[in-house]
Design a protein around this ligand. Structure first.
Ligand code: 5GP
Ligand code: ZN
Length: 133
């Protein structure tokens, strides 16, 4: 059984901050910033590609609610939502989860994305690939 399934079952302790029938949220064990929270479906889905669409609706609704709770209780006005799917994307726990990362002045968190300027032809090619059969 995976580590988050164990948290759902109560076999591993966690600092829960939200719970309903299908969704659980708890503090990440390694806090990138204070209040760093994980929102998960109680049922095991490995990643976004497996996730049930009804559950994804419930998850985002809960995520929205929790974000507002963190905003109010931690007095923050900036927050990143991160979700890693697959090892190439940095996923380490293979039970779907959404990170909520409250942001603070001078918190020293930096996202280092490369930014590529694609020309029209390249963008059209990608667009066609996604929309085509
Ligand atoms: P990922 O890299 O898969 O998106 O993130 C997995 C996250 O799960 C990491 O931030 C890690 O700190 C967190 N995590 C791993 N094991 C546990 C645990 O036993 N309890 C809690 N609360 N968080 C965990
Ligand atoms: Zn699991």
């Amino acid at each position: 059984m995976c580590v988050f399934c164990k948290i759902v079952k109560g076999e591993i302790p966690s600092y829960k901050i939200y719970e309903n029938k299908n969704v659980l949220a708890f503090l990440d064990i390694s806090q990138v910033t204070p209040g760093h929270t994980l929102v998960i479906p109680k049922k095991h889905y490995e990643n976004i590609f497996e996730l049930d669409e009804k559950i994804s609706g419930e998850l985002f609704k809960a995520t929205n609610e929790i974000a507002k709770k963190l905003q109010k209780k931690l007095q923050i006005n900036a927050l990143n939502i991160i979700n890693n799917n697959g090892p190439l994307a940095g996923q380490e726990v293979f039970h779907y989860h959404i990170h909520l990362l409250p942001r603070y002045e001078n918190d020293n968190v930096k996202f280092n994305y490369p930014k590529h300027e694609f020309d029209k032809q390249k963008l059209e090619e990608i667009h066609k690939k996604i929309l085509g059969n």
